[in-house]
Unconditional design. Structure first.
Ligand SMILES: Cc1cc2nc3c(=O)[nH]c(=O)nc-3n(C[C@H](O)[C@H](O)[C@H](O)COP(=O)(O)OP(=O)(O)OC[C@H]3O[C@@H](n4cnc5c(N)ncnc54)[C@H](O)[C@@H]3O)c2cc1C
Length: 462
């Protein structure tokens, strides 16, 4: 007996996270009909368990630190405590307002929202609760989940993942963070600001290891100053329960005890048992392999977001969703340059970067073809006012464009927009040096770095 028909659409999208819902919105703008399927809330990881709630926690953490340090600015205030119920109410309020807004945006004639778990059952068909939804095109956007390492079971209470950490109703007295990447250092930063004793364990030789080496050094220096403990280059071996929490053992036998252990060792693609391989889609270590136009090579099936190998970032998912909708509409969009995607880590101090690290640039072009320059925020008026330390580092091809911008210090994430334009427009430092930056802003640090690299430094101390 054939399954009941859910309808025929121009596009069937499986997953309504950053990648899926962006594709739906752009497709609807292009007059294409869409079925948008999700088993959970519209908005996916970023809105409900990722970008937004973590950044709300980080903002509350910043307020706690500012209160503690207020006397440095001549303001008398005492930090009486962290009311996690209040922090969570603030965080959840932000999420629910954005969720309401997104739901409103998606409620339109061209988009049919389907609630339920979907499975690809044909090259043009997704089945949900026994109903079949057929599309001239299909976009897979099923996102990712918190990964763990073999033998380490996430129990949700003592050994937790980021989704559990976001729901804690208390500040743990102490925490071990397994993984010194973006998610790990962000939670370490929040918990320390909230008063917890934090230790990060990282198998790689440095924190935020995907960033330029000098950025890692600056984050480590700042974390040492903040008394965030970290053990780098030390693989984790095992965890045991103690009377009040957990005990982690790292290579060499050293142990660390804490109330909770956060597993932040990366995100795995959600692709198992969804019918992808049965339809002939190539899967590599769980990821969906596509060409640069995000086509899977099977039927009219595309993939976007965290299931496609590369940076697992919401704005990459948005861009890929828009790209595929335009591709399907015959708009022939330009492929997305992965190196042109901005990256921000919102710990304190904040890290923001674009393009190639100095090491990668030297590897690609040869060491003698690369010049780098560090502008210390010590020379920047606004950074002095904020009492933040850090730098803006530029990497350029000699007699050529800017290849990388790497920044560390308070509020550096807000500078990544200009860095992004500079990188993506392949600007030469001499061209950027002609542009005027408002005084006193931290943005000026970027302008000053370019002045220095163009051979005409202003407020630069050598
Ligand atoms: C703690 C944390 C912090 C983060 N912070 C940032 C940040 O600051 N900035 C940033 O850019 N990125 C951040 N990210 C990453 C960002 O959340 C992801 O890159 C983004 O959500 C990926 O979008 P996506 O559409 O690929 O998948 P997702 O957002 O994961 O959405 C996938 C959707 O598919 C649905 N789904 C899966 N399987 C099925 C099925 N069988 N049937 C129906 N529906 C299904 C899921 O319910 C989900 O809604 C963070 C992530 C985490 C975990």
């Amino acid at each position: 007996m054939s399954q009941p028909n859910g309808g025929n659409f121009d596009i069937v999208i499986l997953g309504a996270g950053s990648g899926g819902y962006a594709a739906a919105l752009r497709a609807a703008e292009l007059d294409l009909s869409v079925a948008l399927i999700d088993k959970a809330e519209l908005g996916g990881t970023c809105l409900h368990r990722g970008c937004i709630p973590t950044k709300a926690l980080l903002h509350a953490a910043e307020i706690a630190d500012q209160t503690r340090e207020s006397e440095q600015f001549g303001v008398k205030a005492d930090l009486v405590g962290i009311d996690m119920a209040g922090v969570n109410a603030y965080k959840d309020g932000v999420v629910s307002r954005l969720y309401k807004g997104l739901t409103g945006l998606l409620k339109q004639d061209k988009i049919t929202i389907v609630a339920g778990e979907g499975k690809l059952v044909g090259k043009d068909t997704v089945e949900v609760n026994g109903r079949r939804y057929t599309g001239r095109n299909v976009i897979l956007a099923t996102g990712s989940y918190s990964r763990t390492i073999p033998g380490l079971e996430i129990d949700g209470t003592r050994v937790i993942a980021s989704e559990h950490a976001l729901k804690l109703d208390r500040v743990p007295s102490s925490a071990i963070v397994l993984g010194g990447g973006v998610i790990g250092v962000e939670f370490a930063s929040v918990w320390k600001s909230f008063g917890a004793d934090v230790t990060i364990i990282e198998a790689l030789p440095r924190l935020v290891a995907a960033e330029d080496e000098e950025i890692s050094k600056a984050v480590e220096r700042a974390f040492r100053k903040r008394k965030i403990n970290f053990k780098v280059g030390k693989p984790f071996e095992k965890v045991e329960h103690t009377e009040n929490g957990v005990r982690a053992t790292i290579a060499g036998g050293e142990t660390v005890e804490a109330e909770v252990l956060l597993v932040a060792v990366g995100r795995g693609p959600t692709t198992a048992n969804l019918g992808y391989e049965e339809q002939g889609i190539t899967i590599d270590r769980g990821f969906v392999i596509t060409n640069e136009r995000l086509h899977t090579g099977v039927g009219n099936i595309y993939a976007v977001g965290d299931i496609v190998p590369g940076l697992q970032l919401a704005h990459r998912g948005f861009q890929q969703g828009i790209f595929v909708a335009e591709e399907i509409a015959g708009r022939n969009p330009a492929p997305i340059d992965e190196a042109g995607i901005p990256r921000v880590t919102y710990c304190d101090p904040e890290v923001a970067s674009m393009g190639l690290t100095e090491a990668k640039a030297k590897e690609k072009y040869g060491a003698d073809k690369i010049t780098s320059y560090n502008y210390n925020l010590g020379g920047n008026g606004k950074s002095q006012i904020l009492k933040t330390a850090g730098f803006v580092k530029l990497v350029r091809l000699n007699d050529g464009p800017v290849l990388g911008v790497h920044m560390v210090g308070a509020r550096m994430g807000e500078l990544v927009g200009e860095a992004q334009l500079i990188y993506n427009w392949e600007a030469f430092p001499e061209e950027v040096a002609q542009l005027v930056h408002a005084h006193p802003t931290q943005n000026e640090a970027l302008g000053e770095a370019f002045l220095a690299l163009a051979g005409k430094p202003l407020h630069a101390h050598s």
